[in-house]
Design a binder for this molecule. Sequence first.
Ligand code: ATP
Ligand code: MG
Length: 389
Amino acid sequence: MEQVFVVRYSEIGLKGKNRDFFEKRLIDNIIKIVRPAAVNKRYGRVIVRIGRNNPEVLEERLRYVLGIQNYSLGYALPHDLDQVKDTALKLAQDEVSNGAKTFKIAAQRGFKEFPLNSIELNREIGAYVLENIGELKVDVHNPAFEIGVDVREKEIFVFCGRRNLSGGLPVGVSGRAMLLLSGGIDSPVAGWYAMKRGLEIQTLSFLSPPMTTEKSVQKILDLGKILSRYLPNPLKMWIVPLTEVQMYIKDSAPDEYSLILQRRSMMRIASMIARRNKAKAIITGETLGQVASQTLTNMAAVEDASSLIVLRPLVGFDKLETTKKAKELGTFEISIQPYIDSCTAFSPKKPATKSDINEIREIESKLEKLSDLEYEAFQKRELYKVGND
Ligand code: ATP
Ligand code: MG
C-alpha cells in the first residue's frame, strides 16, 4: 500500500498556458522543497508519493509550499475493492480511537468504467466500515470525519479529511523581486506575502559597520533562513555597508531630510543590485502612516529614486496583524533581538513628515560625492546563500 499526499490547488483564473506554467512550477517546487519519492500530476491534482520517507517530515515541508490550497494524507491503491474497504476501515479506526463517532464516505468516480458508481461505492464501503466498528454511525450532513475515495483510471486514492494551507501562487510564477530586509518585524512578513503572490525573492540589507556588528549580520541571516524554507532554491542575501553614505548625508544635508535621503540612496543601490539579478521589483515592509517616514509624500519621495516598481505588501496592515503573522512565521522572536540595522544609528532628531520632491532633488543634487559613495557601497556588497538544510 503506497502512502501519498493528494494535493489540491485553486484553478480559478488558470487557463491554457498559464495553467501549465503554474502546475509545472508547483511540481518543481514540491520536488525541491518536500523532497518526496516522486510527484505526479493527475486529473487536476498533484500526487506526492511518500515512498520510504517519514510522512511527518514530508508533511512539515509540504506546509512551506505556496500555491497549495489543501491536501490529504492517504493511500494509492489498485482497482481492488477489498483493498479499498480495508484501507477505509483502517483510516476509520484511527479516527474512532481519537474519539470520533460519526462519519461518511465521499466517493468520486472520475474513471467511468469502474463497475460501481459513486453512490454504490459510498454504500458498500460505508456498510463495511459499519459492520466492523459497532459504535460508529453515518452522518452525511455533519460527520466527525469524512473518508474520500477517488477512483481514477489507474489508481484509487483513499484518504481521510483535508488540511488547509495558505494557497497563493507557486513561488517563481510571478518572476523575481528584491526584498529590502531590515531586521525589523515588518519586512520579513512583507517578503512572505510577496512569495505568496508567486514572487521568488532575494534580500538586500543595509548595515552600518562598525556600529553594527556580526550580531546584526547573523540576525539578518537567521531571518533569511526562515524565508528560505518557502523557496525551491537557496535564498540569495545581499548585505551592503551604508556607513559612508550615511555619514556623508548626515554631514552635508539638513538633518530633517537625512532619513529620506538615506532611503533614496538605498533605493538607487537596490535598483542596481536588483537589475543585475534580473529582479523586476523592490519590496518593502512599509505600511501607510505607521511612522513619520511612511507618509504618502515621503514614500513618493523615496520611490522616486528607484528605477523599479516598489511593492508594499503590508500597506493595508496594522501592527497587530503584522505581528501576528510574524509570530506564525517564526520571524518575530528574531526580529525583536536588539541588534540594529543601519537606520537607527543615523536617525534624524525630527524627521520631515512632508517632503517636497523638488526640494529633495535640489538638495540631493548638491551632494556631489553621493553617487560615488553609493557606487562604492554597491561594490562592497556581500552575498550569502541561505538554504533549506
Ligand atoms: P521594519 O519593521 O521592516 O524594519 P519599520 O516599521 O521599521 O519596518 P522603516 O524603518 O521605515 O519601518 O522601514 C521601512 C522599510 O524600509 C522596511 O520594512 C524595509 O523594507 C526597508 N528598510 C529600512 N531599513 C532598511 C535596512 N537597513 N536595510 C534594508 N531595508 C531597510
Ligand atoms: Mg525598521
